[in-house]
Design a protein. Structure first.
Length: 545
């Protein structure tokens, strides 16, 4: 495939199929369609508006909105004007917003669909110009529709260069302040073209965009892959209409994180209890009909590529989806390589691994067990942080910070984070990720965090799944203790879990226990529960907060 830059690829579709629909956006339950030509016209008008507001090539402009057609259009407008996009997570804290906008020195910000707007307004520095998308949003000096009317389309677009910085993606900051990952036009398109080609994505494919576009995975898998392949993108209107919108679209390519795959499963099992579903699936012919009905009910009956990423997924969940005819393809990547890492291709899936390297990607494990990547999708560095850049990019290799193993067939298994490994009071090291994965196989467990630094034996914090909160406590306790006992028999003596602590409050982004990308903040949980853990009786294997 000929390597193109984003605006070249976009121009190709505008020329080849100007009146074909690219983006479909529901508003008040009516689906609005935008063709390649219409997107081009709006993006060029907004590019003229940004230039008129004094934005010069290389200036940074923020994007702060849930997923919508206007997110794509604003991103293209910035490319046309030669600006650098800085996406913000819709769930980002006020402190995080203020930090990113000041650190990147953003000149302007696009504001769109958001929740909890009151607390976010003060987080935007006064000098940052505000442009409101056509949705209820934060107060703004400029409005989308007015700018489209007031400005003619930019006639001569900025000429993109391969190495110019197209976007700065700030990491979700599991520890400390977010880091600004600088991604070039070439890096972003190399990843998207490689993936679209490898997965045979084409113009007939349908995407459903709902995970934050500020996250590298959604931007790569949906925005940039659809741009490469000329495939249609559909958006969800709201959380309330999500299931209905998904059933309406019936995407052929669908990406979700493990927590959402769990929620989809729970939704099915609320209507059709697990024992009954298993019984029906075992009956020839009837089982196939039931599985098809479940897939249709989810809106995934046409999906040929189902991706899971961003966090480990329990093997039991993969097996469950397999039984209803849906093969989840687990992948692994980082913001620092625009999520272009390893992937389990459909038809070549090895459950328990995160797949094989994508085309043009080299992978190796160094002496410490760390996974290293090298490709043209690598970041240019961290914005204004040469020290951290030099630590992460060494000799052309991206040091991921993850430990892993490669099997004889070239499939990668992630065995934990280098920095997550802790030492017990006995001087023994424990890698929490594999143990957490085993505990998470329990249907009663929503999330788990293994603690143990300075303790005699590790201890697991458990957030219960919604179903467990409705079930009888005795049943939940019995199943959790059975899980604990069975697991401890397989663990090394120093890894064995002394007890489980079931927490009262759910871990969320708002209470600081999770990042905007739905990863647990291990350091926050350790600090928050340190006193409670110290006060626990070691003789009791299960505690309720």
């Amino acid at each position: 495939m000929t390597e193109q830059l984003p605006l070249q690829r976009f121009a190709q579709w505008v020329a080849q199929k100007p009146d074909t629909v690219w983006l479909r956006q529901p508003r008040e339950r009516v689906w609005h369609e935008l063709t390649w030509r219409q997107v081009d016209d709006q993006a060029r008008r907004l590019a003229s508006a940004l230039r008129a507001q004094g934005c010069e090539p290389g200036d940074r402009v923020a994007l702060f909105s849930k997923n919508c057609a206007e997110w794509f259009i604003a991103d293209l407008a910035m490319m046309f004007a030669g600006l650098v996009s800085v996406p913000l997570y819709p769930t980002q804290s006020a402190e995080g917003i203020d930090y990113v906008l000041r650190h990147s020195a953003c000149k302007a910000i696009f504001l769109g669909k958001l929740d909890g707007q009151d607390k976010l307004d003060a987080a935007i520095p006064a000098e940052v110009k505000r442009i409101a998308m056509p949705y209820p949003t934060l107060p703004a000096q400029y409005r989308w529709d007015e700018l489209l009317r007031q400005h003619e389309p930019l006639a001569v677009a900025h000429e993109q260069q391969p190495e110019e910085i197209l976007s700065i993606l700030y990491t979700s900051g599991t520890t400390g302040q977010p880091k600004g990952v600088m991604l070039s036009a070439r890096a972003m398109m190399f990843a998207a073209q490689g993936a679209a080609s490898e997965q045979n994505i084409g113009p007939d494919d349908q995407y459903f965009s709902y995970l934050p576009l500020s996250h590298a995975a959604e931007r790569f898998l949906v925005e940039f892959e659809s741009l490469c392949a000329g495939a249609q993108v559909n958006f969800a209107e709201s959380l309330e209409t999500f299931a209905e919108d998904l059933r309406h679209v019936r995407p052929t390519v669908f990406f979700a994180v493990p927590r959402l795959w769990t929620r989809f499963q729970q939704g099915v099992l609320e209507k059709l209890p697990a024992a009954k579903l298993e019984r029906l699936l075992r009956i020839p012919l009837l089982g196939a009909l039931v599985a098809r009905k479940v897939r249709r009910g989810l809106g995934l009956d046409r999906a040929r590529i189902l991706v899971s990423g961003a966090a480990p997924i329990p093997r039991a969940l993969l097996d469950w989806y397999q039984r209803i005819g849906l093969t989840l393809c687990e992948g692994y990547g980082m913001t620092e390589n625009f999520a272009y890492g390893t992937f389990n291709r459909p038809g070549q899936v090895h459950f328990g691994t995160v797949g094989r390297p994508m085309p043009g990607l080299e992978m190796r494990i160094d002496d410490s067990g760390e996974v290293l990547f090298r490709s043209r999708a690598l970041m240019s560095g961290y914005y204004l942080d040469p020290e951290k850049t030099a630590e992460t990019l060494r000799d052309g290799w991206l040091h991921t910070g993850d430990k892993g193993e490669i099997d004889a067939d070239g499939y990668l298994t992630i065995t934990g984070r280098l920095k997550d490994i802790f030492k017990t009071s006995k001087g023994k090291y424990v890698a929490p990720a594999p143990i957490e994965g085993e505990i998470a196989k329990s249907t009663w467990v929503e999330q788990v965090c293994l603690m143990g630094s300075g303790l005699d034996q590790p201890l697991a914090l458990i957030e219960l799944a919604p179903a467990a909160r409705e079930a009888a406590r005795a049943q939940v306790e019995g199943d959790l203790l059975a899980t604990l006992n069975a697991l401890n028999q397989r663990l090394l003596p120093h890894e064995r879990i002394s007890s489980l602590l079931v927490v009262r409050e759910a871990w969320t982004i708002d209470n600081g226990c999770m990042t905007p990308t739905m990863k647990i903040r291990r350091n926050v949980l350790e600090q928050r529960f340190a006193a409670k853990v110290a006060a626990l009786s070691g003789a009791q294997p299960l505690h309720w907060e």
